[in-house]
Design a protein around this ligand. Structure first.
Ligand code: SF4
Ligand code: ZN
Length: 274
């Protein structure tokens, strides 16, 4: 992972880093690894951000694990809840989506709102970097999802270190982007780390699940497939960037956040369930 951080120039010696910690194995592993590294850089600061979507019977356990792990490591944990930020828990949003027969899945909603919540949390603690625990598997699945959806702009912008496109959008880095999920899990098991293993009750991204299965089958038959796809897109990215649509940022008319149109994505979604 150190090689990945160095190769992509992800972190500086004096960064204030907000680690996105959900309480799952990948984020708990990343927290432990970065906490160990940070001790050697006295001018760097670490915080963790945990997003509480408000998923009854699921998020509470993960939150407890995240809070306890941070206490043990002496790292300040900042919780951002959907209820406080948006006025509804995800459970309440899903009820409203179902009443309105929305075609969107809970994950489509949650993904956008989580990204905004993370950014809000990172700004609140004064972070200049958000570190997420996306593994090689997550990254390659997302790359292929973007191809299957024909979303060239996202294919170009989803990268190990995101571009600094707006002063209010904190730059994201992905130190595990070259680490297979199996290795991140192995680290957590070998170190005896406490993490949440029950899946989210709304986890239902049908196409992502199909891609995960496909990639796992390919990897089993042709070792190195995931890494090859990842590296191929890396090489293509400069070309993709030149043909992708450039986004001009304005201020969201509803919440004031950076937005590509009149409303940010989060407000557009929330308006569908009001
Ligand atoms: Fe949100 Fe979907 Fe993840 Fe559950 S699985 S936390 S609904 S993005
Ligand atoms: Zn908005």
């Amino acid at each position: 992972m150190r090689a990945t951080i160095t190769r992509y120039k992800m972190l500086n010696y004096n960064d204030t880093i907000a680690i996105a910690v959900s309480g799952g194995k990948d984020s708990i592993s990343l927290l432990h690894v970065l906490a160990g590294m940070e001790r050697k850089f006295p001018r760097a600061s670490l915080f963790t951000i945990t997003v509480d979507e408000g998923i009854k019977g699921y998020r509470d356990e993960a939150l407890n694990i995240a809070v306890k792990t941070c206490q043990d490591l002496g790292i300040k944990n900042h919780v951002v809840s959907f209820k406080a930020l948006y006025g509804f828990t995800l459970d309440e949003m899903v009820l409203r989506m179902r009443e309105r027969k929305s075609a969107l899945t809970p994950c489509a909603f949650c993904g956008v709102l989580r990204r905004k919540a993370l950014n809000v949390g990172a700004l609140a603690v004064g972070a200049n970097k958000i570190a997420t625990a996306h593994t090689l598997d997550d990254e390659v699945q997302t790359l292929l999802l973007n191809i299957f959806h024909g979303d060239v702009s996202r294919l170009a912008s989803e990268k190990p270190v995101t571009d600094q496109v707006h002063p209010l959008l904190v730059q994201k880095v992905k130190p595990f982007c070259e680490i297979p999920e199996k290795e991140s899990a192995l680290y957590a098991y070998v170190k005896g780390l406490d993490f949440q293993s029950t899946p989210c009750p709304y986890a239902s991204e049908a196409m992502r699940n199909d891609i995960r299965l496909l990639l796992n089958q390919m990897e089993e038959r042709h070792a190195g497939t995931k890494f090859t796809v990842f590296k191929s897109i890396e090489k293509l990215r400069p070309v993709l960037g030149s043909i992708a649509e450039k986004s001009e940022f304005k201020e969201c008319k509803q919440c004031g956040s950076p937005a590509v149109g009149d409303l940010c994505m989060a407000c557009q979604l929330l308006n569908q369930i009001l």
